[in-house]
Design a binder for this molecule. Structure first.
Ligand SMILES: N[C@@H](CCC[C@H](N)C(=O)O)C(=O)O
Length: 268
């Protein structure tokens, strides 16, 4: 499946099937010697009352992730089809980051409540030397905002995202001691108070065509810096997401597309 070009291998692990080993996730993620995708997502039986399914996420390099926004929408589409849920009715999924209310919008579009963004440096996490929350932190000759969406994000405001040195800066930040669990690095170009252009260099996958949690993190960070309103259209290389953050203490909501590509059986 994919959501705005961020592509996934979805594994049906309902009924208690074993999660894939690191070697299997790496093979699934390999675009030349495997299937190829940005993330591998397992769909599992519900673990929390009131939910219809739970999911876990692995990056294509085999590392474990705590959240995936585009993946959440794809899980929603997969579950709605597989469980034959009543069309248009809201339902709840659980992920390693918590519970997510889903609203099917029709034509493959879903809205997902992605949780309340956290700016607490311990939650991101930022390196041990940073104890107090700030709007921005220095790195080399620029500044970034740090946000947790259940996974770590650094957001850098750039004049032109198209021109940003995404791989060089992304790699440097990901190996910096500032980010003990590495980081997803977003390069955000503010087009207007309601429109953002965003590229994301993801932890464990490199630059992807879209990053849902990255779009939420960028909007949250820039709302907090009073550079954006609370309802923003985010254009990414693979498509567009709508992000709405009603208030600081409320979950941020992400809406966007999903697509099924093909179905197969894995022989390992
Ligand atoms: N593409 C995802 C984020 C996937 C996980 C991320 N690379 C991490 O390691 O935290 C999204 O749409 O949010």
């Amino acid at each position: 499946m994919h959501g705005a070009g961020n592509d996934f291998v979805m594994l049906d692990l309902r009924g208690g099937a074993e999660p894939p080993s690191r070697a299997v996730t790496q093979k699934l993620g390999d675009r030349h010697f495997g299937v190829g995708c940005d993330q591998i997502i397992s769909i599992e039986d519900p673990v929390e009352p009131g939910t219809v399914a739970s999911y876990r996420i692995w990056n294509s390099d085999g590392s474990i992730a705590g959240q995936c926004g585009n993946g959440a929408r794809c899980v929603a589409a997969w579950v709605e089809r597989e469980l034959q849920l009543p069309a248009g009715e809201p339902f709840v999924l659980s992920s390693p980051a918590g519970l997510h209310e889903v609203l099917p919008l029709g034509k493959g579009y879903y809205q997902v409540a992605m949780g309340v963004p956290s700016f607490d440096p311990r939650q991101v996490p930022l390196g041990a030397q940073i104890e107090h929350e700030a709007l921005t932190y220095p790195f080399r000759d620029f500044e970034f905002s740090a946000v947790s969406m259940g996974n770590p994000h650094a957001v850098i405001v750039v004049p032109e995202a198209f021109m940003a040195d995404v791989m060089e800066v992304g790699d440097a930040m990901q190996i910096s001691p500032l980010f003990p669990q590495s980081v997803n690095v977003g390069f955000a170009q503010v087009v207007s108070r309601n429109e953002l252009y965003l590229r994301v260099y993801e932890r464990g996958a490199g630059e992807t065509l879209a990053c849902g949690s990255g779009a939420c993190a960028a909007v949250a960070a820039l709302v907090r810096r009073d550079m954006l309103d609370r309802k923003v259209s985010v254009a990414l290389p693979g498509g567009r997401l709508q992000i709405e953050w009603p208030a600081d203490d409320q979950p941020i909501r992400m809406s966007g597309p999903t697509a099924f590509v093909f179905q197969g059986e894995l022989i390992v």
